[in-house]
Design a binder for this molecule. Structure first.
Ligand code: ADP
Ligand code: ZN
Length: 520
């Protein structure tokens, strides 16, 4: 068969209006749709909420043949299916959860479907290729395309099975879609899916209505309570483990008087679905959740996202905080981090397969850079996604309350020497005493009062030591030992030799909060 000429601009605008009810395109949608309608393979990198679905659903309606959509999660597919059908689009899913698979295949072969959603593992099955051969495919859309890349934060081997299938239909254009892809991952997606470099379209990543704040963790229950109290609208609190979710949900419920529900994979699916539905419908609820919560949830008025610990990467941070303020109204993202978060994450590095360690380490270093910066948070985020943002944004903690920086390389060398000379097995408390020249029984017994590092700390260096230790752990120059001590790691030797420097933000004065009796 010969392809139809691409539809006219008028036909596109009419379908946009009549099928989807939109008066125009947003951002890069028109560029993406235009390429696809001209049969050109494309990788669209668009942040969450930018309207990725439209870029394949509109061509699905206009192009001859069915648009086959690869999507990693059945729940996500069924959400998409519902909204497509609500717009009168002829859509179906072909998953293990669908009892009507036979009917769907018949409709597909007969050319009665605009959209067919499939899971990637199906792509390698011979019957599926035969099925596609017996129908007419107008477009392959690959959703969450970062799953194809080992550089991405969510690699799924099944996505690697797509290439042979795509190559079996060389005349069908490919549209890969993702919200989160750094440089490496983008290049990898293009290569893995056989999309030309000129097919890359990247939407702006800035979310100007989100105010970013990142703070060291002190008393996380109280810190998050303050965030909840300041933001009366709906919000999400991310906690690292199920136990922490339960615990925080309880604390917040009693401390804030707000409606607070937990969400994590250990809950009964029914309870989970109920809590999620309650949150979506609510105007003031707080959802305390693991990262299992949020994918594919369409709630535009989330006013805050708080993190009780570090996310997995900058990509994950961007995606998780991006669930705030999709309606464009002012919203906040607040993260509380501890040196132990990084220590644990770096420890986990040694447990993953060697081939992926380097990329994971870079991911963690980038995150440490975001957390440690005294500069604009938004600028760090946007630069990470390949943009060239302004130096300041006026809407993050560091822009609103500029912090100074101090070069603490000398102090870092003192601390690292103390770690080294005491045998890399003591915690910060002991090291601080040694450096400050405070002798006690333990120090005398070990002979640490006779070391060259004993008492070399200057008075004005004392207040910087804790922040420095945190920074060194975030960047991996100090790593925890099994017994709670500190050992040298990463670039510690370079720092000791004077080949690397250490700069930290001047720590803010301790916040004095008036505490009411019995309030916690
Ligand atoms: P993504 O998948 O990129 O996160 P969605 O496809 O779910 O985003 O779209 C986000 C929201 O934006 C949806 O509510 C959708 O209806 C809306 N939307 C998409 N395109 C447009 C448009 N051109 N005009 C108005 N609203 C749009
Ligand atoms: Zn800023």
């Amino acid at each position: 068969w010969t392809p139809m000429p691409p539809p006219s601009e008028d036909a596109v605008a009419k379908a946009l209006h009549d099928v989807f009810g939109f008066s125009g395109f947003r951002g890069v949608q028109d560029q993406v749709v235009d390429r696809v309608l001209h049969g050109r393979s494309t990788l669209a990198v668009m942040p969450t909420g930018a309207g990725k679905s439209l870029t394949y659903q509109l061509p699905a309606v206009l192009l001859e043949g069915t648009c086959v959509v690869v999507s990693p999660l059945i729940a996500l597919m069924h959400d998409q299916l519902r909204s497509a059908r609500a717009n009168g689009i002829r859509a179906a899913t072909l998953t293990s959860a669908d009892a009507d698979r036979g009917q769907t295949m018949d409709a597909f072969r007969a050319g009665h479907l605009d959209l067919l959603y499939i899971a990637p593992e199906r792509a390698s099955q011979p019957y599926f290729r035969d099925l596609l051969q017996s129908a007419r495919v107008g477009l392959f859309a690959i959703d969450e395309a970062h799953c194809v890349s080992e550089w991405g934060h969510d690699f799924r081997p099944d996505y690697r099975l797509l290439r042979p299938l795509l190559d079996a239909f060389p005349q069908v254009p490919r549209l890969a879609l993702t919200a989160t892809a750094d440089h490496h991952t983008r290049a990898d997606i293009l290569a893995q899916l056989g999309i030309p470099e000129e097919g890359l379209i990247v939407a702006g990543f800035d979310r100007p209505n989100i105010r970013y704040t990142i703070r060291p963790r002190e008393n996380v229950g109280r810190q998050i309570k303050a965030v909840v109290d300041e933001n009366p609208g709906p919000g999400i609190v991310y906690a690292p483990t199920r136990a922490r979710v339960e615990q925080l949900a309880e604390t917040l419920a009693s401390a804030t008087g707000r409606r607070v529900l937990p969400y994590h994979a250990g809950l009964d699916p029914e309870v989970r679905a109920r809590n999620q539905a309650a949150f979506v419908a609510s105007e003031d609820m707080v959802m305390v959740a693991t990262v299992a919560f949020g994918m594919g949830i369409d709630k535009p008025d989330v006013r805050f996202v708080a993190h009780a610990g570090i996310p997995k990467s900058i990509e994950a941070y961007y995606q998780e905080t991006g669930r705030a303020g999709r309606d464009g109204d002012p919203s906040v993202a607040v993260m509380f981090w501890g040196a132990d978060d990084f220590a644990r994450a770096r420890q986990r590095l040694s447990e993953i397969e060697p081939g992926r360690q380097q990329s994971e380490r870079q991911r963690l270093d980038a995150l440490a850079g975001l957390v440690e910066t005294a500069g604009c948070r938004r600028a760090v985020l946007l630069r990470h996604f390949g943009e060239q943002p302004a130096e300041t944004c006026g809407n993050c903690d560091n822009c609103l309350n500029p912090v100074g920086v101090v070069d603490v390389t000398d102090l870092a060398r003192k601390l690292l020497s103390a770690v080294y000379r005491t045998g890399q097995s003591y915690g910060l408390g002991h090291l601080e005493k040694v450096l400050a020249g405070l002798s006690d029984e333990r120090i005398q017994q070990r002979g640490h009062d006779r070391l060259s590092v004993f008492g070399i700390l200057d008075e004005q260096e004392k207040p910087l030591l804790k922040g420095l230790a945190r920074a060194l752990q975030a960047r991996g120059s100090l790593v925890p030992t099994e017994h709670g001590g500190l050992a040298l790691g990463g670039d510690a030797r370079a720092i000791l030799k004077g080949e690397a420097s250490v700069v930290i933000a001047i720590p803010p004065k301790p916040e004095r909060r008036r505490r009411q009796r019995g309030s916690d």
